[in-house]
Design a protein around this ligand. Structure first.
Ligand SMILES: NC(=O)c1ccc[n+]([C@@H]2O[C@H](COP(=O)([O-])OP(=O)(O)OC[C@H]3O[C@@H](n4cnc5c(N)ncnc54)[C@H](O)[C@@H]3O)[C@@H](O)[C@H]2O)c1
Length: 253
């Protein structure tokens, strides 16, 4: 494989100001992509852009809340123009997410539910709709959605998060069939526990991993990014509609 399989391509990663999204953006840039770094956090997006540029890569921030269709479209189109690398986004990683609060069902009110579904489900719809026209025009595209083991196997609580992540699985399966005729491939990655800002506050997280995960630890953002980069590459041209889990063997199905 060429060390720079994404040369000449524009990739967009949502929620790229931190954690898994940042690792994806950095790796795609290292492999040649010019990257649109979306995040709702100005500082987070700027730090990722800075990290990519410091390594000689190309990146542009697109600061917006993915659940706000108009805001994200405006920011992404401005970033695309700012990159100056053509008008097609060939790779989209729908990663933006909010942490699963382990809420019991009784505590999931409408505001919490709307926010959870708004960011994960509506956000992925908005961003996918934004990139589609260009992907269809060039007759190729790769979309990688980030779900969770909470989406594939559920949890003991946090059903609002499980609902949002489960929706990403069925959206992926449907989009894969719907978009295959334009050579657009859609897959979904379901990580288990990964050390990021979202999980840093969970007490005894590292200790928990030693007993819960056969490999004996939770994952690193870079270990999810390498899977995402594979699915986004030409190496994965016969893979679409699939859920790929990365969880150190915690869930085997
Ligand atoms: N860390 C884990 O253990 C784990 C496990 C499974 C799945 N995931 C999923 O991976 C993705 C990334 O999680 P992470 O652990 O890197 O979290 P993180 O909190 O480190 O990063 C998430 C990023 O998304 C951004 N974001 C949040 N809401 C947004 C919005 N409305 N619009 C744009 N950006 C927004 C945040 O500002 C943040 O920079 C999420 O979808 C999460 O559900 C994480």
């Amino acid at each position: 494989m060429s060390p720079r399989p994404f040369d000449g391509q524009v990739a967009m990663v949502t929620g790229a100001g931190s954690g898994i999204g940042r690792a994806c953006a950095v790796l795609l840039a290292q492999r040649g992509a010019a990257v649109i770094v979306n995040d709702v956090s100005v500082e987070g997006a700027a730090a990722t852009v800075e990290a990519i540029r410091a390594e000689g890569g190309a990146a542009h921030a697109a600061v917006a809340d993915v659940s706000d269709r108009a805001a994200v479209e405006t920011a992404v189109l401005a970033a695309l123009a700012g990159l100056g690398g053509g008008d097609v986004i060939g790779v989209l990683v729908n990663n933006a997410g909010i942490a699963s609060r382990r809420l019991p069902i009784e505590e999931v009110d409408d505001a919490i539910l709307d926010r959870m579904l708004g960011v994960h489900v509506k956000g992925a719809f908005h961003c996918t709709q934004i990139v589609l026209e260009g992907m269809k025009r060039q007759g190729a595209g790769k979309i990688v959605n980030i779900s969770s083991a909470m989406g594939t196997v559920g949890g003991r609580s946090g059903s609002h998060y499980a609902a949002a992540k489960g929706a990403l699985l069925s959206m992926t399966r449907t989009w894969a069939r719907e978009l295959a005729k334009w050579n657009i491939h859609v897959n979904v990655v379901a990580p288990g526990g990964v050390f990021t800002a979202a999980t840093a506050t969970i007490r005894n997280y590292a200790e928990e991993a030693k007993t819960r995960v056969p490999i004996g630890r939770f994952g690193e953002p870079e270990e999810i990014a390498s899977l995402v980069a594979f699915l986004a590459s030409q190496e994965a041209n016969y893979i679409t509609g699939q859920t790929v889990s990365a969880n150190g063997g915690e869930f085997i199905h």
